[in-house]
Design a protein around this ligand. Structure first.
Ligand code: ADP
Length: 480
């Protein structure tokens, strides 16, 4: 059984309980994992507080940098094995994660650099008398990170890296659907030399361990990534001690294809904007707006692309799309597929679960492109979190911008055109935290990522991210 990490010691849950984690491609049991709840969170927060008030405070920026550089080396050395764990636990194709090696390792090295770049400012004042005034930057304190299952390796690394860079300590609550990679990463952090209590990992369920962490009076900040329903609960739970929050939630992102786009690039681009990770990406470009003159041809080509994708077990190097993470997600996604067809959409590709042969035991859904979709259909409004594209025709820019923005979300968006002026105009008008032009899902650790509207607030990546884990303290010194 996999245990909890508290104060650099691997321990069973106080209540002695555990839960199963299974391979979504085969349904096989992978192992049991300790089921932490409120009592374990209390211990982890205590360990994180002790580290924060204790030796971790005395670590110089270069020492924190060295820890992160060591961790980056270890992640690089162990990269394939970490990818295997992600695939076993949540189904992502190895083909996808192996291709992200450079970005993942670079992310840790980017934050290692940030550790030595944190600085406050001196401020000229107009006070009577002699005063020195400045703003200091200090770590925010004990951070609770609650993460989802769709990208366990990357999600965990970002949280660990920003906390170590800024001098915070961390209690991490991985998703119950994919706890294994975070636990292996925690082992690598110990190997890198993280002192006791700087990183604590409590596996368990959202309603128990997660909710207790979100409400804990001795946690200074919560960084949450997940659904907007849970995000709202986290915000409510934060009010007890007025916690700082970073909240990254879901999306229903528009991907706008103009007739003058390079269609040979736009077809795979628009398809993989959703089929990547079987649609289990918060910024997936699920509302595909296509200029009417090319609508039929473009939808047919994206549907053909979907039909040609190799769907299967992510461990197979040829697999391009894996299963959904769980039976619960399978039911959710197939429910939307049914609803789409009931409301009058036409499945140009896919449209249902895959059940033949090797698919029978896993949670596989066919890459689906719906045509004949209108903006008010459920499949065009709600986040599905599966490989489902809603294709909608448009006639002109004002119309498509207004429709693209007519959503409660604002996480991502795409524009495909060869006209650079049009690209800029449309990109500026989309109300979302990231807009890609002639690309989709491209991320860099130095570039901020986050949401407008109900996709959350706060940014991951770049200086904005680092600043969210820092407090600002004014220092006013009478020098007379
Ligand atoms: P998804 O499962 O779609 O990623 P969730 O928002 O349900 O989205 O889960 C994201 C994370 O939030 C998981 O780690 C989950 O355990 C946790 N979680 C779920 N409910 C709560 C809650 N009420 N309070 C705190 N954390 C929660």
């Amino acid at each position: 059984m996999q245990k909890l990490l508290i104060g650099n010691t691997w321990v069973e849950a106080q209540a002695g309980r555990s839960f199963e984690t299974r391979n979504p491609a085969t349904g096989e049991l992978l192992c049991r994992v300790a089921e932490g709840d409120a009592a374990d969170i209390d211990l982890a927060v205590r360990a994180a507080r002790k580290a924060f008030e204790g030796p971790w405070r005395t670590f110089k920026p270069n020492q924190r940098q060295n820890l992160l550089l060591k961790l980056a080396d270890l992640v690089e050395e162990n990269y394939e094995a970490l990818c295997v764990l992600d695939t076993l636990d949540m189904g992502v194709p190895m083909r996808r994660t192996l291709g992200n090696r450079h970005r993942v390792v670079n992310t840790i090295r980017y934050y290692a650099g940030q550790a030595m770049s944190i600085h406050g400012e001196t401020i000229e004042n107009s006070l009577e008398g002699e005063y020195f005034t400045c703003a200091l930057k200090e770590p925010v304190g004990v951070v609770g990170a609650i993460i989802p299952w769709n990208s366990p390796l990357y999600q965990t690394l970002k949280k660990i890296a920003v906390c170590a860079a800024t001098g915070c300590t961390l209690v991490l609550k991985p998703s119950e659907e994919a706890p294994l990679t975070p636990l292996r990463l925690a082992e690598l952090c110990l190997e890198a030399g993280f002192p006791p209590g700087v990183l604590n990992v409590v596996t368990g369920f959202g309603a128990t361990a997660g909710a207790h962490l979100a409400a804990h009076p001795d946690v200074d900040k919560v960084a949450f990534t997940g659904s907007h329903f849970t995000g709202q609960k986290i915000i409510q739970a934060s009010t007890g001690n007025v916690k700082r929050l970073s909240i990254e939630l879901g999306g229903k992102s528009p991907n706008i294809i103009f007739a003058d786009a390079d269609l040979d690039k736009a077809v795979p681009g628009a398809a993989m904007a959703v089929f990547n990770n079987a649609g289990q990406i918060c910024c997936a470009g699920t509302r595909m707006y296509v200029e009417r003159s090319i609508y039929d041809e473009f939808v047919a080509r994206v549907a053909r692309f979907g039909n040609s994708l190799r769907v299967g077990n992510g461990l197979d190097p040829d697999t391009e799309m894996g299963p959904l993470v769980s039976e619960k997600q399978l039911e959710r996604v197939t429910g939307y597929l049914k609803r789409g067809q009931e409301e009058g959409a036409n499945a140009a590709s896919g449209g249902g679960r895959l059940t033949e042969g090797a698919y029978a035991k896993g949670f596989f859904v066919a890459p689906t492109v719906f045509s004949q979709v209108s903006d008010d259909m459920t499949i065009a409004r709600e986040e599905i979190f599966g490989p489902v594209i809603s294709a909608l025709p448009f006639d002109e820019i004002d119309d498509v911008v207004q429709r693209a923005n007519d959503t409660i979300f604002g996480l991502g968006g795409g524009v495909w055109t060869r006209d650079v002026g049009k690209a800029h105009k449309v990109a500026r008008r989309i109300r979302a935290g990231t807009v890609w032009v002639n690309a989709y899902n491209v991320l860099d650790p130095a570039v901020p990522f986050g949401g407008y509207k109900m996709s959350g607030y706060g940014r991951e990546g770049g200086m904005h991210h680092v600043d969210e884990f820092l407090q600002t303290k004014a220092l006013i010194v009478n020098t007379d």
